[in-house]
Every structure is written in C-alpha cells, then in structure tokens.
Design a binder for this molecule. Structure first.
Ligand SMILES: NC(=O)C1=CN([C@@H]2O[C@H](COP(=O)(O)OP(=O)(O)OC[C@H]3O[C@@H](n4cnc5c(N)ncnc54)[C@H](OP(=O)(O)O)[C@@H]3O)[C@@H](O)[C@H]2O)C=CC1
Ligand SMILES: O=C(O)[C@H](O)CS(=O)(=O)O
Length: 485
C-alpha cells in the first residue's frame, strides 16, 4: 500500500474479542484503479463469525451495564482518533474502494461524525411515565439495549456504513459484530485498531473478514444469540436476509437500493440545480444509494439544463483517486462497469441518445465515462434500474402532476430531490414524493444529525439523528400496582 504514514492501521486479520484472529485461509484485496493487489488477509470464515458472536454475547452483560457517560467517553475518544488519522484512513479507503482522496477524507469525517453524535445521544436514552387508568397503579417505560447486533455492510462506504451502525449500537449499550464487504475490509479493520486504542472493551466491537458472504451472512442472520440484524446493500440481498432473520424473529433494519428522481422545474435556479446534480450524481462514480438516478426536467428548461450539465461534466477529471484533481474514480469492479454499459446500450436501442460519455474509459479496465443521456423515458432500463454508475438520464416532463407521477413510479423510496423557487410547489411536491428523504434545492442530504432511511422496497429503520437509537433499544413497560394506602 502506498501513502500511509502509520502502517499500524493496515491490518490483515479479523478483530474478535479484542484479539487479531489468525487463519490459514487467505484472500486478497485489489486497488480498483489498477487491479494491483494491495493486501492479503486471513479469511476468518464462519468459524470467525461464531467466535465473534460468542464474544459479543459474553461482553454484552458488562457493556450494557456501563454508564451512559462511560460509553459516551469511549465513543468520543474513538471519534477523536478517527479524525487524528483521517489522512491515513482516507488513503486506505481510496486504495481499496477507488473514490477520490478528497471524497475519502470526507467519508472519514462523515463516519466519525456518527461516533461524535451518538457519544452525545448515549446520554439521552430517555424513558417515560404514562398516566395509569387507575389510581393504585403507575406506568413507567424504560429503554434497554436489544443485545448483540450483527451487521453486513457494503463496499461503497467502507467506513461510514460501519460507523453509522456501530456508533448507535454501542451508545445504546449493545455489542456489535460486523462483516464488511470482501472488496473493502481494510477500512473496517483500521477502525477496529482505533476502537481498541480508544479503550472499547474486548468483545464489544468485532470485525470478521472473509469471502464467504453467504455462509457468514447465514450465521449472522440465523444465530439465536444475535438480537438485531442491520444491513446496507442491494434490495435483492436485503430481502433474502430479512427472510433468514425470520427464523429467530430478529429486529431488522435495512438500508437498500434507491432510484432517486432529481426534478428540475421551469422556475429553478439552473446553476444551483446543475451544481446539485453534479454532487448528487457523480460522487463516488455514481455508486451511492442516494445518487440521483433519473433527472426529470421540465420542458421549458430541458435544453438549457442539459447544456449547462454537459459543460460541468466535461470538467470532471477521471483517474486514480490518489492523483491530484481527480473527481471521478473507477467503478468497484469490471462487472459493475459492464452492468452500467448494458443499461446505457439497452436504452439507446430503445431511442435514447448519448449527449456525452456512454463508453468505458481509457483510464483503466474499471473506468466508465461520465455520461449524460437525453430523450430518455421513464420506462427505459436506465430509468427503471438502480444505475450505480456515473450516468445521468434526462427525462422531459410537462407539469408538476406528471413529474410527481413519474417520480413515484418505482418500487424504491429512498431519496428524491427537486429544484423550484415556488413555495407552494415546495410543500406540494415534498409531501407528494413517496420517499424517506427529500432534498429541496439541495443535492447533498446526508449528515449525522438527520434520519437516513427509506420507504417501500428501499428498506426500513432510520440511521443517524436521535431516531437512530430507536432501532437498538427495546421498550419495556413496568406496571407498578398496589399503591393505594
Ligand atoms: N444501498 C447501498 O448503499 C448499496 C446498494 N447496492 C446495490 O446493489 C448492487 C449490487 O452490488 P453488490 O455489491 O453486489 O451488493 P450486495 O447487496 O450483493 O452486497 C452488499 C453486502 O452484502 C453482502 N452479501 C452479498 N450477498 C450476501 C448473502 N447472500 N448473504 C450475506 N451477505 C451478502 C456483500 O458481501 P460481499 O461483497 O463480500 O459478497 C456486501 O457486504 C449495486 O449495483 C447497487 O445497485 C450495493 C451496495 C450498496
Ligand atoms: O449512505 C449514505 O450515508 C450516503 O450514501 C452517503 S452520501 O452519498 O450521501 O455521502
């Protein structure tokens, strides 16, 4: 690995019960920018998962009994260490995932912000008292940690997707086992090293790495010792994991796929809309679940918006994320690049045009050009599927009603965006969109203070914000009787 100051952050073994876990089985991780192997890791497999669950179960008793103040202090220290090591963590992230270094630094700060946020929220897990139906009783509600939490996380945010889940779980008093995606395990293990340095006790935060996603996932979802399962990834895999969790009736939260509409009305500030579109569409090479997936543009500004967007896209430099000035890195795999190209070509066959891009890029075998398509309709493959790539399909609409109908015509319901300066329309459209999150004249909506999550087949549960703790606590009702004198 290049460009790392503190090599102690590069770990190649799972972190289980406060120990680095050796195994004979190996797997390797490559840099998506050039396919060079950057690390060979021990594959902990299902045996590692079983050990981690046992460790988390045994640590739960003491961790759940620590004071909120103590948990807050440790989370805060973990946050500080992440920020102290932001540059190295970002460099590891870029080399295993591909996103430009500036974006990777942003992800580390974003992930760390959840540790800071939940360090504070740990102290606010309030209960309730409820007036009882008779004078000799009192009703008290307390919140308790659910128990052992298991997580499976994706490759697109190798740090933040773990931080967002673990911070809430640990703050609530739960212990945690995560299996990160096999393509990006190094960021997860670097977080484990810093958790240990922060003083998080053995067994509270465990990271198990390996290639057997199906087998390891089965154990995490079916173990009776796991009380809650949390997943970020595709809707197809999410559905399968929910079904597996049914056997032990686990609490589940799911952050799944999206098909975000980005609506530009005739009265929008077009320069602001283009700026929002660039941020929303092209960061992480289009590989985020909240990336704008379809641009619905009103007839009167369609031409002007497409010209301005094309001008802005032409300035995006593509290349290795470690190189200066790069705005778009590689796709996560060659397969991902082919999948995006297939959607583009299939839509061209159905009548769409390519305004710019539309091909694999010469920068390397996993690069796809920043692309804009015009003449797209809402029923074309590029509009119906989650693209997860740097392609902006532009669809023309006539009026507000049609835009809303098109925007909601999908099984997904994660994020939506729209640009307008009409206050009445702001409320009508915001309320009419069937989505968990709506950006209004804004292309970047994620932060630790906000409830992140979707409706319909984009999942359930909310991460971040004060709502983010709810998924990790159980409500217990205490009925106190016999109080009459
Ligand atoms: N909501 C989001 O942020 C994300 C959405 N996606 C969507 O999914 C598409 C495909 O990406 P992909 O990486 O294949 O997404 P997946 O849903 O397959 O992968 C996400 C995570 O689930 C794991 N996983 C996969 N299959 C299983 C299984 N049967 N049991 C347990 N864990 C499993 C993966 O592990 P491993 O990688 O080691 O196999 C990874 O850790 C993308 O193009 C995008 O549309 C993808 C990632 C994130
Ligand atoms: O899942 C998330 O938190 C977001 O996709 C992060 S971002 O893309 O909005 O930065």
């Amino acid at each position: 690995m290049e460009a790392i100051n503190n090599v102690n952050l590069v770990k190649t073994q799972s972190y289980i019960n406060g120990q680095w876990y050796a195994s004979e089985e190996k797997f390797s991780v490559s840099n998506p920018a050039n396919q060079q192997v950057i690390a060979t890791l021990d594959d902990a497999g299902c045996a590692g998962v079983a050990s981690a669950i046992a460790a988390a179960k045994s640590a739960f008793k003491s961790w759940s009994a620590t004071s909120a103040n103590e948990r807050a202090k440790l989370l805060r220290r973990w946050y500080e260490l992440m920020m102290e090591h932001q540059d190295d963590l970002a460099s590891i992230l870029t080399q295993e995932q591909g996103k430009p270094l500036a974006e990777a630094k942003g992800e580390i700060a974003y992930g760390a912000a959840f540790l800071e946020w939940f360090a504070e929220e740990a102290k606010r897990v309030y209960g309730d008292t409820i007036p009882a139906p008779s004078g000799d009783k009192r009703i008290v509600v307390v919140k308790q940690p659910v128990g052992v939490v298991a997580a499976v996380t994706p490759w697109n945010f190798p740090n933040a997707m773990i931080a967002r889940k673990a911070a809430a779980a640990l703050a609530a008093g739960c212990t945690f086992v995560v299996r990160p995606a096999q393509l990006t395990p190094l960021s997860a293990l670097a977080m484990a090293e810093l958790a240990e340095q922060a003083g998080i006790p053995a067994g509270v935060f465990n990271v198990v790495v390996g290639e057997d996603s199906r087998g390891m996932g089965k154990l995490l979802t079916e173990s009776p010792d796991v009380a809650k399962f949390t997943f970020t990834g595709s809707t197809a895999v999410g559905k399968q994991l929910i079904a597996q969790c049914a056997s032990t009736v686990k609490k589940v939260s799911m952050e799944l796929g999206g098909n975000a509409p980005f609506i530009v009305f005739d009265d929008a500030d077009l320069d602001a809309a283009v700026q929002g579109a660039i941020a929303s569409k092209y960061r992480n090479a289009g590989q985020t679940c909240v990336c704008a997936n379809r641009f619905l543009v009103q007839k009167g500004v369609y031409q002007a918006f497409s010209e301005k967007l094309a001008k802005a896209v032409a300035e995006l430099k593509m290349g290795d994320g470690l190189a200066e000035g790069v705005a778009i890195g590689p796709m996560i795999s060659e397969q991902a690049k082919h999948d995006v190209d297939k959607l583009v070509k299939a839509s061209v066959e159905q009548g769409a045009s390519v305004l710019c891009g539309g091909e694999a890029d010469a920068a390397g075998s996993q690069f796809y050009q920043a692309t804009i398509m015009t003449g797209v309709t809402n029923d074309m493959p590029i509009a119906k599927n989650e693209i997860f790539g740097p392609v902006a399909p532009l669809i023309m609409f006539d009026d507000e009603q049609q835009a809303l109908a098109m925007a909601n015509d999908t099984e997904y319901g994660l994020a939506a965006y729209f640009y307008t300066r009409d206050i009445g329309r702001v409320w009508r459209v915001a309320e009419g969109l069937e989505y968990g999150m709506v950006g209004i004249n804004e292309g970047i909506i994620s932060n630790a203070a906000a409830p992140f999550g979707g409706v319909k087949q984009s999942g359930n549960g909310r991460e971040g914000s004060h709502y983010g703790l709810d998924d990790y606590t159980e409500i217990k009702y205490l009925c106190m009787g016999g109080l009459s004198a």
